[in-house]
Design a protein around this ligand. Structure first.
Ligand code: ZN
Length: 514
């Protein structure tokens, strides 16, 4: 059966039913209107999607920037060698510090180039910093480049380069980070200086001094004697041969008698030549003394020294503060002596034997081991590194030899103190003075009056503390008060000889037993 739609029935069908009144025709929309609406709707949807997309992009960008905000910095890593160098030896001492003050190091490479060889010394990478601060940032790294060269490369004489590249975790440079590149050209110098000992036999007292003469090739930057832990530099011997050197050294009273003695010479590349020499050491046993610390002494000495020093804290108890002064301040005072010796001129300012204070009586000896007792109990132990000499109160204190005053002021445990530089690292010290007559920088002659004796600093009564130091190491003044000892051990060795003037043969120097 054919189904006719109701609304069409009768329309022109003639089924007898009255015809529907003619419908008022409303103007039908044009066919293009739908299309426009559809386009408009689509446009609206598109704009909405675009808008959402933009918001999304904005959010992604914003969150990326938030996460990486600290990685947009533009500071490149810095590279610093611990010393300037133009030459390196086979086993050089050289370290490299690489730092990044921004978002941390990302990678480091250090390569060594020589001729057609390229050796990687360092190749390291470090994780990126997290925005929540969980991962550790590698801010700095130190490499012992000298050791790495010695381990990884057999250096050959000639030019070479170190090439260092470091980058950080910054997002600049298309995420490659800030980069630093450095090429340092230098020369591998693998041969140590030539070293030849010229003086023959050396007899050394423990706590005493000795002189050695040697010849060293001009490439040596530094040379001298290593005596246990102490190094004493050599000086030109001035015999017409610029390579001829002498070295006055001390065998410290407080180092083991079997401490090694050797002459060393080092060039700019760090190559070291070592030479032994013949010597006989006479070990010494030094005296031990108990020092009773009385309250009257503490009341006199401690407040006076404290009023001149800022390095020591008041312990709120005279005996305890005394121990601080006797130990810590004593060390600081001796450190200053070593520091002053570094500026000493490379020539003798002294002439002939040193003088013991005229008419003086010896109260204490060099290197006495002192045990300090307070109310019957031991509170400290120290060594007395000089002589205590007494005459009468406020006795004129004479310069023991020619030189330049390098200190004339209060000096901790030594109270009012004068120090004279006699050249080549040797200083004499005059302590506990009541008054000082000289000024730093003043030239003095043997027997010139420096001031008057007294009891300032750690002194129980009026006396002179006389100390003699070689590059900061205390030496026994007995040898330097003895003209014969000076002639045999120092002056005769420095006299011009046919061998020293031109030859290179071993020279045997007449030595006497001390
Ligand atoms: Zn003394």
């Amino acid at each position: 059966m054919k189904i006719v739609p109701l609304h069409r029935r009768g329309v022109g069908e003639g089924c007898g039913e009255p015809e529907d009144p003619p419908r008022r025709l409303t103007p039908s929309p044009l066919p293009g209107g739908d299309f426009q609406r559809r386009v408009a709707a689509r446009c609206q949807r598109g704009i909405a999607v675009l808008f959402l997309l933009l918001i999304l992009i904005f959010l992604i960008l914003a969150s990326s920037i938030f996460i990486t905000w600290n990685r947009w910095e533009g500071q490149s890593p810095t590279l610093r060698f611990d010393r300037d160098f133009k030459a390196l030896g086979r086993n050089p001492s050289l370290s490299l510090l690489i730092e990044d003050s921004g978002c941390g190091l990302k990678n480091i490479s250090v390569n060594l180039k020589q001729k057609d060889q390229l050796v990687s010394l360092v190749e390291e990478q470090y994780p990126a910093p997290s925005s929540f601060g969980r991962s550790r940032i590698q801010k700095s790294k130190t490499f012992e480049i000298g050791k790495l060269i010695a381990e990884k490369y057999k250096a050959q004489e000639g030019p070479a380069s170190l090439v260092v590249t470091a980058s950080d975790h910054a997002v600049r440079n298309f995420f490659r980070g800030n980069q630093t590149h450095l090429q340092r050209d230098f020369v591998f110098d693998i041969f140590p200086p030539r070293l030849e000992v010229l003086s023959g036999q050396h007899y050394i007292n423990q706590g005493g001094s000795e002189c050695v003469v040697y010849r060293v090739s001009p490439d040596a930057e530094v040379s001298g004697v290593q005596a246990g832990p102490h190094f004493f530099p050599g000086y030109p011997a001035n015999r017409g041969d610029p390579n001829l050197k002498f070295c006055l050294f001390a065998f410290a009273y407080n180092i083991p008698a079997d401490s090694p003695l050797k002459i060393v010479a080092r060039d700019a590349a760090g190559n070291e030549a070592v030479a032994g020499f013949w010597y006989k050491l006479f070990p010494k046993k030094f005296r031990s003394r108990d020092i009773k610390v009385e309250d009257s002494f503490l009341q006199k000495a401690v407040p006076e020294i404290m009023s001149h020093t800022s390095e020591i804290k008041d312990q709120g108890d005279l005996a305890k503060t005394f121990v601080e002064l006797n130990s810590k301040l004593r060390r600081l005072n001796h450190a200053l002596i070593a520091e002053l010796a570094q500026k000493s001129p490379a020539r003798f300012l002294w002439d002939g034997s040193f003088l013991q204070l005229s008419n003086s009586q010896v109260e204490s000896l060099f290197a006495d081991h002192r045990t300090y007792l307070y109310q019957g109990k031991e509170i400290d132990r120290q060594d007395h590194v000089g002589f205590d000499l007494s005459v009468v109160q406020q006795y004129p204190i004479e310069a023991s030899n020619d030189g330049v005053v390098v200190y004339a002021d209060y000096l901790g445990i030594y109270g009012n103190c004068v120090m004279i530089d006699h050249g080549c690292g040797r200083l004499s010290l005059y302590g506990h003075l009541s008054s000082i007559n000289v000024k730093a920088g003043q030239q003095v002659k043997k027997k010139d009056v420096l001031g008057r004796s007294g009891a300032t600093g750690l002194a129980g009564g009026d006396h002179l503390h006389f100390g003699l130091f070689l590059h900061g190491v205390p030496v026994n003044p007995n040898e330097w008060w003895d003209g014969k000892w000076i002639k045999d051990h120092v002056l005769d060795r420095l006299k011009p000889t046919p061998e020293s003037a031109g030859g290179g043969s071993q020279q045997s120097v007449v030595s006497t037993r001390p």
